[in-house]
Write a protein that binds this ligand. Sequence first.
Ligand SMILES: Nc1ncnc2c1ncn2[C@@H]1O[C@H](COP(=O)(O)OP(=O)(O)OP(=O)(O)O)[C@@H](O)[C@H]1O
Length: 406
Amino acid sequence: MTSGTTESGREITGASIVLDGVEKHFRGQSEPAVAELDLEIAAGEVVAFVGPSGCGKTTTLKMINRLIEPTSGRILIDGRDVTGVNPDKLRQSIGYVIQSGGLFPHWTVERNVGAIPRILGWDKARIAERTEYLLELVGLDPAEYAHRLPKDMSGGQQQRVGVARALAADPPVLLMDEPFGAVDPITRVRLQDSLIEIHKELGKTIVVVTHDFEEATKLGDRVLILSKGGHIEQFATPAEILATPANEFVSEFIGSGATLAQLSLTRVKDTEYDPVTTARVGESSAAVVARARAQGHRWVVVVDSTGVPIAWPSLDEIGATDEVAGFVDNRLPVVAPSSTLHDALDQMLAASQGGALVAVSGGPLLGWVRIGTIIEVIRGQLGDAHADEASYVEFAEAEAENGGAS
Ligand SMILES: Nc1ncnc2c1ncn2[C@@H]1O[C@H](COP(=O)(O)OP(=O)(O)OP(=O)(O)O)[C@@H](O)[C@H]1O
């Protein structure tokens, strides 16, 4: 395992992955699914594989943990050739997450997460401690979820358990095959944000296969664009790919998604937040209104006992009852600092609000970001070179004027 720190000072616990002339020729097929692929992924890096259907993304991913045996070539993890290693042993050291979660439906969450540590012979106390840590890491309260069955959880929650399970034995590498492909768009954004947080915390090497170029630009430090036969068209940072597509294939592939992907290059944390007045359920409404007025705020954010925002009422709405009500607004636009500007705009427009609250998942409320702030950033990004995209800005501005919390 490689040690050291990233630019942000985080410890790298991931391992490098090298594919050296790797090829997969399925029996009965005239062409190889993946031909002579050379690829180097640095320790602690997140790499997203994208490309048209059938280009060999999944085959390449599954060769890394040898769920698919390469026909030829070498695969090195942390410098060690793993093509001759016992595949079961190898898979215990590489986390793997698939689209549907792949959980055992009749096992509790706790049992699912502890599956590999049990095979590795960990004692019960160590497994219990690790499970609790991991459930918290993926944003699930252990007290509430450890004893649940996957069938009694939402798709997004099951995916969180899938990630916890994949990380159970602290593998240096995490492979993910369309991990968020089967959940609704809002859950998808939250799961992406959680993955970014987890990566920041753990510094693993992550390889993620996705159909969605925008998701690739959001998650990947670098994006690998493949064409048929696992041919590399471009392997570069999202910004590089958008600024200088390597060839016509890449330009066409990113084509209509390019504008949205531009918005994905800037994160909410790169913009300015405005402060909010918060209120607790049951507090005196008059005191809350006075506090908000003193700050010049026309809205307050009601938070639950753990500090998680639950509603964003106006002062008139707050003043309608003596005490702050515990109403939970299920459409509340909340984004994480790692969310992209595109995620933030989506949330605002879906909620018909002129802003979105910024909160670390399950953590403190940091403030709110105005649609106007985002529009300014987009304007700067698009510049004059993309005058036609101005219509998107106008659309967003019109939405902002039509109402919401700005
Ligand atoms: N088990 C198999 N036997 C024979 N051919 C296979 C097998 N698995 C994949 N292939 C073929 O290999 C090629 C690459 O498939 P692969 O699943 O890796 O593509 P992909 O890029 O992940 O596609 P998608 O985005 O549709 O999942 C395809 O032509 C596919 O039909």
